[in-house]
Design a protein around this ligand. Structure first.
Ligand code: NA7
Length: 552
């Protein structure tokens, strides 16, 4: 949209900052949204709770933090200059490199100029009469915006260490999702890591090498596959850069929004021997290879059982102490239905003399004491506790803010039974409130960076459409939202994923409704649906006309 077509809102309430667009959150979604909206000539500003850009990668500075999506996928494609100028050093980038990348992009696009950091939205309320969102922040700097864009992320509200006695602990407690900016010294210390999801699995091997002693408190064992990370050569990156446009097109058509191959072969279309050879090869190749070996791995219990049994066998091979190996062995849920983990020497860490494993299913943690952790069986003295206990995923950040839509309708009430929206982008009853990488999109099943970009582009196109056609507001109809959620539920019902108790279904948060809100039909299909929704002239939406704001 050319700048001259955007007309500033009538300034009615002095003291408020009035905008076309407010972006909330400056992770990868918000960053690209801010840039695109500004480039389109909109009066846009962003607020961010953290002290700088980067979202997840700003907060998660814990030792071993690394992305489990390949760098060449987990990076922006919307500006060719960015992908040509930035060179990834590793197949799976570590947090410092990803944060450096976010800083590079923020600097290049001069994003900080239009961002208020350390500023958190407290309430977001729709003013029906004036068709604007009123956003109150914890800094007293409030905003009114015609369009409000939630780029608050799926994993931005840490669950924390919600255990009795935590305030009494005389040592240091660190949350992985709120890690300090200075390095933590583990030398000579007795360290406890609570939690063995993707995060705990990354922390354990690194801390094991530095600490005097490490105790790992495991409740549900995870399945993890060796990442087998490697440095990317200059030649490889040159090839990638030469072919980025094509690679991005391929990625956008796949189930995950990434270029890793996913087979169309169901497991039992090949012989037992071939199945084992493929699995062995997948284990040796490492990374995401194994996830793409069989098309029915997440749909057919028998197929899933074979893969799970294969990985269980590997745990037995790697971990020398049979009792420890048995505790580490996951059972009772299908493999990869909780977030699949990629590790570097996780199982190997339990062969070290300074690492112990506590089975918190048979020996639950009862409390934190002054000197350590007390389980149902003993007290374990510790100097440092690391809580890798996860997040109020998918909905936590949206529910943390008091959001009131049309006629004072509360989002917390609307989502009391779980996240409901159309395409994970918009909600009936909440006009001009957009979500980037919302709970009902492909979310954690897809590559977040490409999803962020595509959602941001969709939102910008929608805003331009509204402005050019003189509409004051858009929201999905109850029917389109209901049909979309029915489709989402139908697709989820065919998959094994909702069978596991995980943060995907809210099982990790006491009292949270048990509901799998993610679109599991694949990134490509989702992207097509979003495209069609726009191409149809927003047929599944209600548009309110008003006197044209633009083109006068
Ligand atoms: P996850 O995957 O939710 O893992 C959290 C871990 O913390 C998990 O093992 C939990 O066991 C454990 N936990 C939580 N509360 C407790 C208590 N009270 N006692 C013992 N253990 C506990 O979070 P992550 O940060 O590892 O990963 C989140 C996502 O980030 C990941 O999926 C990737 O997408 C990136 P439980 O499973 O509840 O038995």
């Amino acid at each position: 949209m050319p700048a001259e077509t955007v007309v500033a809102h009538e300034r009615r309430q002095p003291g408020l900052r009035q905008l076309d667009v407010l972006v909330i959150g400056m992770g990868f979604g918000g960053m690209c949204m801010l840039h695109q909206a500004r480039a389109a000539g909109l009066d846009v500003h962003a607020i961010e709770a953290g002290g700088d850009v980067g979202g997840t990668w700003y907060w998660n500075r814990y030792p071993g933090a690394r992305c489990d999506v390949m760098s060449i996928d987990y990076s922006y494609s919307f500006l060719n200059e960015i992908q040509q100028e930035w060179t990834w050093s590793e197949k799976f980038a570590a947090q410092p490199e990803i944060l450096a990348y976010a800083n590079f992009v923020a600097h290049k696009l001069d994003l900080r100029r239009d961002t208020s950091f350390e500023t958190r939205a407290q309430s977001i309320v729709y003013d029906d009469d004036r068709s604007v969102w009123v956003i109150a922040t914890d800094r007293g700097q409030d905003f009114e915006a015609k369009y409000c864009i939630m780029a608050t992320g799926p994993l931005s509200v840490p669950k924390g260490l919600d255990m009795p006695g935590r305030d009494a602990f005389a040592g240091e407690i660190y949350l992985t999702g709120r890690w300090p900016h200075q390095p933590v010294d583990f030398a000579g210390k007795r360290v406890g890591v609570i939690g063995t999801g993707s995060t705990g699995i990354q922390v354990v091997p690194v801390v094991a090498e530095q600490a005097d002693h490490l105790t790992v408190f495991q409740r549900t064992p995870s399945f993890t596959i060796p990442m087998r990370n490697n440095a990317l050569s200059a030649d490889y990156m040159a090839q990638v850069k030469a072919h980025y446009p094509r690679l991005r097109t391929i990625a956008r058509g796949t189930h995950t929004g990434g270029v890793r191959p996913v087979s169309t072969r169901p497991m039992f279309s090949v012989t037992t021997e071939e199945i084992q050879n493929l699995l062995e090869d997948g284990w040796i190749q490492g990374g995401q290879t194994i996830f793409g070996l069989f098309s029915d791995m997440l749909y057919d219990q028998q197929t899933n059982d074979v893969v799970a049994e294969f990985v269980r066998g590997k745990i037995k091979q790697v971990v020398k102490d049979p009792h420890t190996a048995e505790i580490l062995t996951p059972r009772g849920y299908p493999i990869f239905t909780r977030r699949p983990c990629l590790d570097t020497n996780y199982y190997e860490a339990f062969n070290r003399g300074n690492v112990d494993l506590v089975d918190c299913i048979n020996e639950p943690i009862e409390e934190i004491t002054v000197t350590g952790v007390r389980t149902s069986a003993r007290e374990i003295p510790l100097d440092i506790i690391i809580a890798a206990t996860g997040y109020d995923g998918l909905t936590g950040a949206m529910m943390a803010v008091d959001i009131k839509g049309r006629n004072g309708r509360s989002l917390r009430a609307k989502w009391a039974g779980g996240a409901h929206s159309y395409l994970g982008l918009m909600m009936e009853g909440f006009p001009n409130l957009f979500m980037i990488a919302g709970a009902n999109g492909p979310s954690a099943l897809a590559n977040f960076v490409i999803l962020n970009e595509d959602n941001a582009s969709w939102i910008l196109d929608c805003i331009i459409y509204l402005e050019r056609n003189g509409h004051k507001a858009i929201e999905p109809t109850a029917e389109s939202e209901g049909e979309y959620m029915a489709l989402l539920t139908e697709i989820a019902g065919k998959s094994l994923i909702p069978k596991a108790k995980s943060w995907y279904v809210g099982a990790n948060i006491p009292g949270k409704p048990n509901f799998f809100p993610i679109f599991a039909g694949g990134f490509g299909r989702y992207a097509d649906m979003c495209k069609q929704a726009a191409l149809s002239g927003y047929a599944g939406f209600t548009l309110d006309r008003q006197d044209a704001l633009v083109g006068r």
